[in-house]
Design a protein around this ligand. Structure first.
Ligand code: ATP
Ligand code: MG
Length: 335
């Protein structure tokens, strides 16, 4: 691994800019898909308001953080007054209402880590997960969306990395690999680390947006319009960034000691972080700090087996970006 870390970027890497951008463009959802999502949200609002007139629905996840690809499911959060509600009861009631409104495949998963109701809308063909009062997810969705407005290379890199992860089967939290959310955080932190930096650290700037969610204070600079152009001094193209991203995760990241931290815009040392407070997988084989819930490691789903799978995939991708004559095909080959 030490030898490989000395690899330098192929001098003709920019030949891959155009084909990678073509793949990127093909991943962006069409406008009509956005309209269908709106249509479904409106229907859900109508159903919900009859039973809970004061409740609100928020979109979160990739349908609202800008990192959605075409044919994604949508994630919806039902925000309802906290006083004495029983989440399971609300979910079961909600499932009943949805079913009687002809939504399909309605399922209440009340015992899941994040309890949800799943459904499919036969009119738009869109599937949807509804959770209750998960406002931290709504807030981190806004943070990701705000980052995406600063430099288009984040959007490009994150969509390509997500597409790679889905193609290679390493975007499956139930199998111990990483969530889309974790991959986007890895991309943000990676761009914060470039020299010159392509992204700033929004939580390190004066806060213009502050909310307290589940006793966690979420504060950051959200007037991102004035940060457009922040990354302009850095001239790296998407091909070089994709190469460097995989090179970093294949050969340079110190898995034993480092924590990826979008909150600080840096890579922290595990010794300075209390990642052991959370029970569960105590090993922390890859550490990605949640930007707001800082005791939460997005990599805690990773176990001894899946870390090997992940690292092999990073190495495969890095190798392809280095040597393959046709990286844009090999990179995304189904596993
Ligand atoms: P995809 O296009 O794959 O559906 P996504 O951005 O919707 O991508 P998900 O993994 O479905 O990603 O997560 C949806 C949202 O839930 C995330 O954007 C994030 O706000 C929140 N979330 C997901 N996993 C976690 C987690 N482990 N901790 C905190 N929030 C999370
Ligand atoms: Mg999603």
């Amino acid at each position: 691994r030490m030898m490989k870390s000395k690899m330098s970027c192929p001098i003709d890497i920019d030949r891959l800019n155009a084909p990678l951008l073509e793949i990127y463009e093909s991943l962006i959802p069409a406008e009509e898909e956005k309209a269908k999502q709106k249509q479904l949200l409106t229907l859900l609002e109508k159903i919900v308001s009859k039973e809970w007139p004061n409740a609100k629905l928020f979109l979160y996840g990739s349908c609202a953080n800008s990192f959605g690809v075409s044919k994604s499911d949508i994630d919806v959060c039902l925000a309802i007054e906290d006083e004495g509600i029983d989440k399971s009861e609300v979910l079961l009631k909600l499932a009943e209402l949805l079913q009687s409104d002809n939504l399909q495949n309605v399922q209440a998963l009340t015992r899941a880590r994040v309890p949800i109701v799943k459904l499919m809308d036969p009119v738009t063909g869109i599937s949807c997960d509804i959770c209750i009062n998960n406002l931290l997810a709504v807030t981190n969705t806004k943070l990701l969306h705000d980052y995406s407005k600063i430099d288009v290379r984040l959007h490009q890199l994150a969509l390509i990395v997500k597409h790679w992860a889905k193609s290679r089967g390493v975007n499956e939290t139930y199998q111990g690999t990483l969530s889309s959310y974790a991959y986007v955080l890895m991309c943000i932190n990676f761009l914060q680390q470039r020299t010159p930096a392509i992204l700033p650290c929004l939580q390190g700037l004066e806060a213009t947006y502050k909310v307290t969610v589940d006793d966690i204070e979420c504060a950051y600079f959200d007037q991102v319009d004035i940060l457009v152009g922040f990354g302009a001094p850095n001239k790296e193209g998407i091909a070089q960034l994709v190469w460097a991203f995989f090179n970093y995760w294949a050969y340079c990241h110190d898995y034993a000691n480092s924590v990826i931290s979008v909150r600080t815009g840096r890579i922290l040392s595990k010794h300075n972080k209390d990642l052991t407070r959370r029970v569960g997988n105590g090993r922390h084989l890859i550490c990605i700090e949640d930007p707001f819930d800082t005791s939460h490691n997005l990599g805690r789903v990773v176990d001894g087996n899946s870390i090997r799978v992940l690292r092999e995939e990073f190495e495969r991708a890095a190798h392809i970006m280095q040597f393959d004559p046709n990286p844009c095909i090999s990179l995304f080959e189904p596993y």
